[in-house]
Design a protein around this ligand. Structure first.
Ligand code: NAD
Length: 372
């Protein structure tokens, strides 16, 4: 039975995690699976009980599990703690320990969901379906040296280092090409090779990887142009692959295209099948405890977990199809509300998706999986 480290966390984390759990229960029932969900403390909830954002027991559980799911961490209660004791430290700790170097953020907007998007309908076309693959454990956020120092003239300077090795670029580029092979077979690599040496190495290395995936078309964009194109013509993109800092900025830009942070799932993957899954949003302290948070990012993160860590593609698609069906029927949480919609809370949205998963399954055009 696959084991999942289940870390609800803080604020709206436990609310969206509960909805995602309902959906996972529906998958168990419908497809006759069993998942061993082992709940543990993380973030502020862990600080309150143990003094640590990532207790050793929680980390040990993550190491043993087939997959890790996290709701969200953080909140104003813990904002005054020193940086190494803050809830968000747990995220970096888990990512680093699991060696998950490829952060995947699918961004999907279908025609009909689009009125929540800040872009005009005509820019969204028939919808957007893109995947950002961001390098997560290297680049300028980790490069050494990073320091403050004084110049001989007594002026203060600060220094960060953007460094990439071919191996770091190769492995994340391979993830992007493999994903593109299963999608529309287009990779856009994003860099700043007109200025940065590390970007020139990035580009050369990505081109080397492309040679092994002849069915996938590769294009290169400078990051400034890519930011503009994501707003002007987002439908042109399939898979984008980029470094840590560029990916950080572009994935936030891409996330607003859906109109709600609450819709977006993420997966962080390393060399094996174990992955770290979390909705993109934070702990939403302003809406916590009100049953208004959108749980779809968490629910879609569970779909990614089934796909990438547990090898259950059909079940993953049945969750994604259920989300589309529920949105197609006009159900919305308040963050995505539009004229004529049926407003529902966090719990109800979870129940609706779970109900679809439990009651459907033959609509995917795929062979049904064998009973395990
Ligand atoms: P946030 O994502 O929590 O909230 C930003 C805005 O989006 C808020 O107005 C919130 O109400 C709204 N929002 C977020 N998720 C939503 C959802 N599911 N449905 C509807 N609306 C939603 O970001 P923030 O306010 O910058 O940070 C709050 C706390 O979360 C901070 O402590 C921050 O450090 C932490 N944080 C955690 C993570 C994580 O756990 N992965 C990520 C980002 C921020």
């Amino acid at each position: 039975m696959p084991t999942v480290a289940w870390l609800p966390g803080d604020g709206i984390g436990p609310e969206v995690a509960a909805a995602a759990r309902d959906v996972l229960k529906a998958v168990e029932k419908r497809y006759d699976h069993r998942f061993d969900l082992r709940e543990a403390l993380v973030g502020g909830a862990a600080i309150d009980q143990t003094g640590q954002p990532l207790p050793v027991d929680t980390l040990a559980l993550c190491r043993e599990a087939d997959a890790v799911f996290l709701g969200a961490v953080g909140g104003p209660e813990w904002d005054d703690l020193p940086p190494e004791l803050r809830p968000e430290k747990a995220l970096l700790g888990i990512r680093k320990d699991l060696g998950v170097y490829a952060n995947l953020r699918p961004v999907k907007v279908k025609a009909g969901w689009t009125s929540a998007s800040p872009l005009k309908e005509e820019l969204l076309g028939d919808g957007i379906d893109l995947l950002i693959v961001r390098e997560l454990t290297g680049g300028i956020y980790f490069g050494q040296p990073r320091e403050r120092r004084s110049t001989p003239g007594g002026e203060e300077q600060a220094l960060d280092t953007m460094v990439y090795s071919t191996d770091e670029v190769r492995r994340v580029a391979e993830v992007a090409f493999r994903m593109a092979g299963e999608r529309r077979k287009k990779v856009t690599s994003v860099d700043k090779a007109n200025v940065l040496e590390s970007s020139r190495l990035w580009r050369e290395t990505v081109e080397g990887v492309a040679g092994r995936f002849p069915e996938v078309e590769l294009t290169h964009f400078y990051v400034d142009n890519c930011a503009m194109q994501l707003v002007r013509n987002p439908a042109q993109f399939d898979v984008l692959v980029t470094g840590n800092m560029f990916g950080d900025i572009l994935s936030d830009l891409a996330s607003v295209l859906t109109g709600s942070l609450g819709m977006l799932p993420s997966a962080s993957l390393g060399d094996g099948s174990r992955g770290f899954y979390e909705p993109v949003h934070g702990s939403g302290p302003d809406i916590a405890g009100k049953d208004v948070a959108n749980p779809l990012g968490a629910i879609l993160s569970v779909a990614l977990m089934l796909r990438y860590s547990l090898g259950l593609e059909y079940e993953a698609r049945s969750i994604e199809a259920a989300v589309e069906t529920v949105l197609g029927r006009g159900y919305r949480t308040v963050d995505m509300a539009q004229k004529g919609c049926i407003l529902v809370g966090t719990r109800k949205m979870g129940e609706l998706v779970a109900g679809e998963v439990a009651g459907t399954g033959s609509f995917l055009g795929l062979p049904r999986p064998e009973a395990p």
